[in-house]
Structures are given as C-alpha cells and as structure tokens.
Design a protein around this ligand. Structure first.
Ligand code: PMT
Length: 222
C-alpha cells in the first residue's frame, strides 16, 4: 500500500564514511558501513522514487539496480550532491561525513621520523547545513549519530541544518548503529518527536522513515 508513495520523486541518498586523505597510502575515515544508506536507497526505489545514491567508503554489499556514484572525501560528496540538487525532491544524508580533513595532503608517503608529528585538521564543509540554507522545494532528511544527549543534540542539528526530519541515532545501542544490520532511531520534526523506532532491520527503519517523509512532502510532482 505504501509502495508507490515516492512515484515521480527524485531522491538523493548518501551513504558510507568519507575518506580524508593524509598521503597516498593513508587516510582518515569512520565506522560507517553504508548499510543504512543502501537500505534507504533500496526502499526509496521500491517506493517508486528515482534514486541517485552517492556513496563514500563502504563495506556493505552494494544494492543492485540502483544508480551509484562513488566519492571519497566530504568535498567530493558535496560536489556530487550539488550536481543533482536543483532537480531533486528529497535528500537523505545517511553518510557519515568527516567534520575535519588534514590541512595538507602529502603528495608522497610521509616518512617516519625520530620525533612525534602533528596532523593538523581543518573543518570540512557541512553538506546538510549548506543544503538547508539553499533549499527551496527540496525535503531534507538528516541523521544525528550521537553517543550522549540524543534528543538535545538531534533537535539542535535539525534546527541548525534546517532539516524537515531528523533520525536521531543512539549509536551506543547494542546491535544498532555503525556497521550493524539493525538500527534504532527516534525521528523528530520541527514540533518534536514523531516516531520512536526500536531496534529492527535497517530496511524496516528505512521504510518507516521514508513513509513519514513521503507523507510530509509537498509540491507538485514532476
Ligand atoms: O553506514 P552504517 O554502518 O549503516 O551506519 C549508519 C550510520 C550510523 C552512519 C547512520 O545511521 C548515521 O547516523 N549517519 C549520520 C552520521 C553522521 O555523520 O552524523 P552527524 O551527527 O555527525 O551529522 C549530522 C548530519 O549532518 C548527518 O545527516 C550527516 O550526514 C550530515 N553532515 C555531517 C557533517 C558534515 N560535514 N556534513 C554533513 O552533511
């Protein structure tokens, strides 16, 4: 009954952890496997959407039959999202985007020295926040991966990044979050908590999240 709720909608989904290069053989990333984003992409397509999946570093099996664009860094992901932004109806940011990157990317392998060294990090663009500032008709769904103060931090991100919905993800829950096959989230909109989704498969979480989003999207279909 829900399956065609996203017919005619163009949806961008981001997945995985961005890779921030240190030198040709080293980088900084995080524990995101891409499973949550892949599940969202798959379910969105089942619900009738035209999906453009933008994935950074992932370890999960790729979803078949979905248009996939590979990226590395937060900067690359931002560029890829911006190329699809005008024409899209919804963006779901499930990717774990690095907040910082090394100030310099060494062109050759950094040699071991006698002394300690310092890696200087500079701030990355916040993709979701930037989309939040420029959005017109687009419906924006964010995630908030937290290890404490789940509700406060999630609501703060929802407002700061001008999202329409945010999935607050307590990543300390056993069997859920980074790398797991299951997830548990609390979904918030501007007026407060909309739904609490206990631990279940990432596909089920995706279905509930997208059903809520589909019901709230306005505008004309094109
Ligand atoms: O990939 P899995 O192993 O399946 O794990 C799923 C997950 C835990 C990664 C996923 O459910 C999740 O919570 N993704 C968001 C991770 C994250 O970066 O959260 P955050 O609280 O740091 O960021 C808040 C939001 O802003 C996110 O939607 C994020 O994509 C976005 N963001 C963050 C930083 C940045 N520089 N640009 C962004 O767009």
């Amino acid at each position: 009954e829900n399956e065609k709720l996203l017919s005619g909608r163009k949806v961008i989904v981001t997945a995985g952890g961005t890779i921030e290069r240190i030198d040709p053989v080293r980088y900084i990333t995080n524990d995101s496997s891409g499973k949550m984003g892949f599940a969202i992409a798959k379910v969105a397509q089942e619900m009738g959407a035209e999906v453009h999946l933008i994935a950074a570093n992932t370890s999960a099996e790729l979803p078949s039959g979905i248009l996939l664009e590979r990226v590395q860094s937060a900067e690359d992901m931002y560029d890829a999202v911006l190329r699809q932004w005008e024409a899209c109806d919804m963006v779901v940011m499930a990717a774990a985007v690095a907040d910082y990157r090394p100030r310099e990317v060494a062109q050759t392998k950094i040699k071991k020295k006698e002394s300690n060294i310092t890696l200087e990090l500079v701030k990355n663009v916040d993709i979701l926040e930037s989309l939040g500032r420029s959005k017109k008709h687009q419906f924006l769904v964010g995630f908030a991966a937290e290890t404490e103060n789940l509700e406060t931090y999630a609501i703060d991100k929802l407002e700061r990044k001008n999202c329409d919905l945010i999935a607050a993800n307590d990543v300390t829950v056993e069997g859920a979050g980074f790398g797991a096959d299951h997830n548990a989230v609390q979904i918030y909109d501007r007026s407060g908590m909309v739904e609490r989704i206990p631990v279940q498969s990432k596909e089920e979480v995706a279905r509930k999240l997208l059903t809520l989003a589909a019901g709230r999207m306005g505008g004309v279909l094109h």
